[in-house]
Design a protein around this ligand. Sequence first.
Ligand SMILES: [Zn+2]
Ligand SMILES: [Zn+2]
Length: 454
Amino acid sequence: MKLPRLLPIDLIITSLCPAQQQPCILFSSGLNRLGIIFRNRTKMPSAKSSYSTSPPPLVKVSSLPPVDSTLVNTDHHVNSPPTAFENPWSSFQKVSLSTIFWTRFGTHPEKNFVPVPEGPNGTRSEELVKVVKPDWGSSNLDSLRATWLGHASFLVETPVLPGCERGLRILFDPVFSERTSPFSFAGPKRYTPTPCTLDELPDVDIVCISHNHYDHLDITTIKALRRRHGAALKFFAPLGNKAWFITNAPCEASEAIECDWWQSNLIEAPGRGTVKLTCCPAQHNSGRSISDHGTTLWSSWALECMTPSPTDQAETQRGKTFFFAGDTAYQSPHCPDPCPVFTQIGNTFGPFDLALLPIGLMTPASFMGSFHATPEQSLQIHQDIKSKLSIGMHYGTVRGGISARYEDVRDPPRRWRVAGEKADVWCGGGVEGGGDARSPEGVGLCHVGETVCV
Ligand SMILES: [Zn+2]
Ligand SMILES: [Zn+2]
């Protein structure tokens, strides 16, 4: 496609990769060299941690046979070996380039721009998600703990086993930059700060990525984490992402593990814990530039904590279970069926003690429905995967792209609460919680920086 030499940055950013709310790098040939200069240069804190550090354990990763081999197939592969990936279900509807342009620039009937609310004298509005200083769930060490770092970023720590100093720590989709964009000056911008700096983040063992969109894979954050932890840190990502980590973290091939859907790994960190981590399907897409749409896989993740058997300490048994949905749709409008994978995930790994489900950046549903679930649909996912407690995520943090012109930032948590109340599973918490304590089961919310313990 021949492009004008200079396009308005907003058009470049929001028009060609809008489904995911993050920009593509789209350059005319003359601008190509500038791409290197203009990459996101958000200043990050130094990599040295002020949090307590201890010698890195030798994290051992071994691949496991699939839990249910009947689920394993290559329907989502394009070519063999795969050169790209696709959503193979009747719940997905392709979106044309003309629809994307019309949704962004046309007189779409659902357009409804509502500015991010402000409090008096430019203070932060009480209607926005609250940011609290994390304590990482330090008074609930025997629980599985998930601390919200904003948008889809969570730090998850497994229950501390007897004789261990801490649990195994996994960082999901960590993003600390100001913009979810390849540019430091344009693209979706954070209106909610992170609850801590990268310096203040506890040491982690694993970084787990759902897909490569800019609001889930942040080069500046990944580089800082690799610098701080060195070879002790392992990266997990769906197929096709390994090369990115080797080049950009940068790390050795053995430190970046990429998985196809339904592939499981046993992760053993002596003195910290053992988990089974399984790459599960999701209905979404991927891409960081105009030329790489769908060339890397997207996924959700299921985590099973392994604990010593009470009858035989040499044996392990399944402990707390956790599901991270990443970015996913449930059923595109006008499609006949919901995505079947959530029932499969529930039957294979459920019940889950805790699930983190996306509820935002879903408007207009006529277009976004192919890639992002609405709060009402995420309630269905909560039920399909057999989750005991599901917390909404992927809202309340960054704004830009197509949904900025359609979605009031207060809508996702409101609709999540209303849907939960209607189904009689609303458990409270977060900006819609009204100050009451959250019930231990159902669907709810948390504050940025808060730790959910199960
Ligand atoms: Zn995405
Ligand atoms: Zn996203």
